[in-house]
Design a protein around this ligand. Structure first.
Ligand code: MN
Length: 355
């Protein structure tokens, strides 16, 4: 038996860090993810689709977002199980309470319930968030019957000893003795894991939405046979978020190697006597990528700091700046570093270094 496991689409996310135009493009791309899931389900000829929650970002799902999801699930033409999460929790006014294609089963209670799929000799157990938080583990006290059927779980929750998002422990996962637990909530692909006899995974979100969701995002195709599981990660994202650390001198060449469709945060590193021209570097990066931002994390050359021992105005200045830097918060440090650079230029060259 082969199943498709995807979660955390967060349809209709606002993409707040982007311009209005960029955010519009990204919301459109996100809305295209359900169709990409259909393509994957067909190409892999899966028997079942498990979607453990956070399929939409808030209770204000747009009509277009809802249509994209419903149309795709209808087109799956295999059973689909949805376990609503903390963002798309189930309640009487939720989009989940409306009409859905016949092949879709939505879990609606906090307690685990089951849906039987005799053709697949399989039972799917699942539950729902019915509010934005839930502090109990949905798996507590549950053990899958050992009755020759495939027992799968479809559940949204965090992997933690306690917390506000249906905390699940490794012990919980071992105790359920299921063939596979399809989890949602964590936005990174965990890869296929095993605890006791239970296989489990988080597929991560299929499309990154910020610099805390880096790299290639997608879904898992899981194959279950003879009590064993194997999983294959399939990228589905339109673009990647990437954070790149590079020296100002290496930046032009390094940029050549990064795809133009990506969203890039460039952290300038290394030693540099003068402050990098952030405005110019940002402008050139913004031309090259869908989105780019540049941050200066360069430090003053050690050789310059060595001059703080000098019995001179420069030495006095460096000693004072060193003292201030030592006590500064990370945000103040970059300002102080800039001040040190300006001060040194003024003291040494009399040059006007204002950008
Ligand atoms: Mn969640």
């Amino acid at each position: 038996m082969k199943l498709l496991h995807a979660a955390d689409l967060h349809l209709d996310s606002p993409f707040r860090g982007l311009s209005a135009q960029q955010a519009l493009v990204r919301r459109g791309e996100l809305r295209d993810i359900p169709a990409r899931l259909v393509q994957l389900a067909r190409a892999e000829q899966v028997d079942l689709v498990l979607l453990p929650g956070d399929l939409f970002d808030s209770q204000r799902l747009t009509p277009q977002g809802l249509a994209a999801l419903k149309d795709a699930l209808d087109a799956m033409s295999v059973p689909v199980c949805i376990a609503p999460g903390n963002h798309d929790y189930y309640h009487s006014d939720s989009p989940y309470a409306g009409e859905w294609p016949d092949n879709v089963h939505i879990f609606t209670t906090q307690e685990l319930t089951e849906v039987s799929l005799p053709v697949l000799n399989c039972v799917v157990h699942g539950c729902a968030f019915t509010a934005p938080h839930r502090e109990s583990s949905p798996l507590d006290g549950f053990t899958a019957p050992q009755d020759g059927k495939l027992h799968l779980l479809c559940v949204h929750g965090e992997l933690a000893p306690s917390g506000r998002y249906a905390p699940i422990t490794l012990q919980n996962l071992a105790d359920v003795q299921a063939h596979y637990v399809a989890l949602g909530h964590i936005h990174f692909n965990s890869g296929l894991r095993q605890e006791g006899s239970t296989y489990w995974a988080y597929p991560g979100c299929p499309e990154g939405r910020g610099f805390d969701e880096l790299g290639r995002k997608g879904a898992l195709v899981v194959e279950l046979a003879h009590g064993q599981a194997s999983a294959q990660f399939h990228p589905l994202c339109h673009r990647q978020y990437r954070i790149e650390r590079v020296s100002p001198a290496q930046l032009p060449q390094a940029m050549e190697g990064w795809p133009g469709e990506d969203l890039v945060r460039i952290l300038l590193t290394g030693e540099s006597e003068h402050a990098p021209d952030l405005a110019a570097l940002t402008a050139s990066a913004a031309q090259r990528f869908f989105y780019a931002e540049v941050r200066d994390e360069t430090t003053l050359p050690q050789a310059l700091w060595a001059r703080e021992d000098e019995d001179s105005l420069t030495g006095l200045f460096l000693r004072e700046m060193r003292r201030r830097l030592h006590n500064a918060s990370p945000e103040e440090q970059s300002t102080l570093l800039l001040a040190t650079r300006f001060g040194l230029s003024a003291l040494e060259g009399g040059e006007d270094i204002r950008p």
